[in-house]
Ligand binder design. Sequence first.
Ligand SMILES: [Zn+2]
Length: 163
Amino acid sequence: MKENIFKIFNNTKSRFVELHDVNIEMKPIPMYLATMNCRPAVTSFLFPFKKHNYIISVNSKKNFSRYSIPIDSLNETMVTGWFAHELGHIVQYQKMNRGEFIIFPFKYFFNLNFRKKFEIEATDIARKIGFGNEFSEVEKFLRDDERVNKKYQERFKKFYMLD
Ligand SMILES: [Zn+2]
């Protein structure tokens, strides 16, 4: 998986035509609070009028925890589906105006309805590009694999799945 993950990322990104000119760095690092996340690079916040750069971080830790699962536990299809969801967020970020972009982290943190809508929309964007089956594999894994922490499952259901 380790060597493969860059290839999987590039293949997934190449299908997001509207992101071809967007600079996105993918970094496997140990993470405590997420399995994957995506954020604008710090310079994007300092210079929000510039073209944005993004970082997608991928959890390189080996254990299942309340907040993350190891990326190594996922097969290639699932990693693809998950990347597609994160790239969906970048499509969302790209559509924001400067004000929306600056206020976004606060809204995401404090407004749980907004958070859910934002997560569901990212998956919808990925589905429209053709990653529906891949993301469904992720959903199935998180729901059914007994190694996945119960709290993690609850949070996933709450924010990532339609009621
Ligand atoms: Zn997300």
